[in-house]
Design a protein around this ligand. Structure first.
Ligand code: RNT
Ligand code: ZN
Length: 436
């Protein structure tokens, strides 16, 4: 395994470019101004958008339970790149490194399986906020908000592919209790950090092959969710969300918590709906679902991900769909009602870089969206001038976004493109390579 490409990167040596960057920004600002776009205002907005960075990219969705079961729930992390975090302290250190390469103030998204129980086996239905005190203290120190997820997978009680919809009452109740304790943990995180913790329920429940009873499991899932959400908790501390899926490994033919199921559940029960970009048919996109869902829901959670042929959870890159998602949020002024999270896990590349690449890409897509002359485009559309709309949309694609992004990174005290990777290389050499 070749661990790192730092030699290539060190050669770019862009450290003397600060003055050039100011000049490039001034030129870009002028170009955007002719279109009526205020780059300073766009950057001010961008710097306030929090992205919820998922803990699970740092250790291939492993978690830190002393029982140490392997990854389940139909999730697969492939690759064996060296240096994965083996302890909460290592994961925190890696995440802090990634955060130092990402402009803005963000959030960290934890799973219940990342509890710190001091080596003791604590069952998932007995977890307490105190098991997350280490994370809360770290989040305070790093000025991060926290988000949370009960972990309904990688557990003997989930081995047959069912949790909240399980036919066995005892197993179902175990998972209901897990959901309930996790809401209290989420609320404790939100209270401690002064910012609501989005606590997201995703269950893997489903069948490999065609079931004859599609109704029963869905009825059980609905009842289990009702029980989990029965206790009202302060929305200043916790926001409950639910996440659908089309299929997983081992649940190819039927997933209990389908899109229609959770869309209905979220509307009927005023929950936050989570749309994961990898959870639909390969040609189906979530960018077009956002404005439909927002007609009926108060808030959305997005799991920004990238499926390649299936829900493969590849690192988020600058795809047309990523851009379309960002455009939808900005054009429709949905940012205030949308929680942005990332969801991918690539074990075949440096994990700190994976975090930095995906998060920086989402921010870049948001920046491009914030730099759009939306009023002009709207006027063209309303006037029926679709030729001008298409021409301007296409001409926008080569506008100098890069100069604005470069300037933003320097303003925010993080390395710009072509420079941040050196930091990862150094960290890999000093820290990650020493982990066996
Ligand atoms: C699974 C869901 C879910 C998970 C995390 C680890 O397909 O996307 O969000 O990725 O809980
Ligand atoms: Zn997801």
């Amino acid at each position: 395994m070749t661990p790192c490409a730092c030699i290539r990167y060190v050669r770019f040596g862009l450290s003397k470019q600060d003055t050039q960057s100011e000049k490039a920004y001034a030129l870009a600002r002028g170009q955007f101004a002719t279109l009526g776009v205020d780059t300073d205002a766009a950057l001010a907005k961008l710097s306030k958008i929090p992205i919820s960075i998922h803990c699970w990219q740092g250790d291939d969705v492993g978690g830190f339970e002393p029982s140490g079961v392997s990854l389940g729930g139909g999730l697969v992390a492939t690759g064996n790149y060296p240096g994965k975090a083996r302890t909460p302290d290592e994961l925190r250190s890696d995440a802090a490194k990634a955060l130092s390469l990402i402009p803005g103030k963000h959030r960290f998204n934890l799973q219940a399986s990342y509890a710190e129980t001091g080596g003791k086996i604590v069952e998932r239905n007995a977890l307490k906020p105190s098991h997350f005190q280490g994370w809360i203290d770290w989040a305070k120190e790093q000025q991060l908000g926290l988000d949370f997820n009960p972990t309904f997978f990688s557990h003997p009680n989930a081995d047959d592919g069912f949790t909240l919809a399980h036919g066995d009452k005892g197993i179902r109740e175990f998972w209901i209790e897990h959901g309930i304790v996790c809401r209290h943990i989420g609320a404790a995180m939100g209270r401690a950090l002064g910012s609501p913790c989005v606590t997201n329920v995703w269950v893997p429940d489903g069948y490999k092959d065609t079931p004859v009873d599609r109704h029963g499991p869905r009825e059980r899932l609905a009842k289990s969710l009702d029980t989990i959400f029965a206790e009202p908790l302060d929305a200043n501390h916790i926001l409950d969300s639910v996440e659908a899926k089309l299929f997983g490994i081992g649940s190819e033919s039927y997933v209990v918590g389908s899109h229609e199921f959770y869309f209905g559940y979220a509307v009927a029960n005023r929950k936050v709906l989570c749309l994961d970009a990898g959870h639909f048919h390969p040609t189906e996109v979530i960018s077009d679902k956002i404005s439909s869902a927002m007609q009926w829901l108060d808030r959305l959670l997005l799991h920004v991900s990238r499926g390649v042929r299936w829900d493969s959870d590849h690192v988020v890159t600058m795809t047309d769909e990523l851009q379309a998602i960002a455009h939808e949020l900005v054009r429709n002024d949905y940012l205030g009602r949308t929680h942005l999270g990332l969801d991918y896990f690539d074990a075949s590349i440096n994990r700190v870089a994976a975090w930095a690449i995906g998060t920086r890409n989402l921010l870049k897509a948001l920046l491009i969206a914030l730099l759009e002359p939306i009023d002009t485009l709207r006027q063209m559309e309303q006037a029926g001038d679709f030729t001008a709309r298409l021409a301007l949309l296409e001409d926008m694609k080569l506008m100098p976004f890069g100069a604005v992004w470069h300037y933003h990174c320097l303003q925010q005290g993080v390395p710009p493109d072509l420079n941040w990777m050196q930091e990862v290389c150094r960290y890999e050499e000093d820290i990650l390579a020493k982990r066996s």
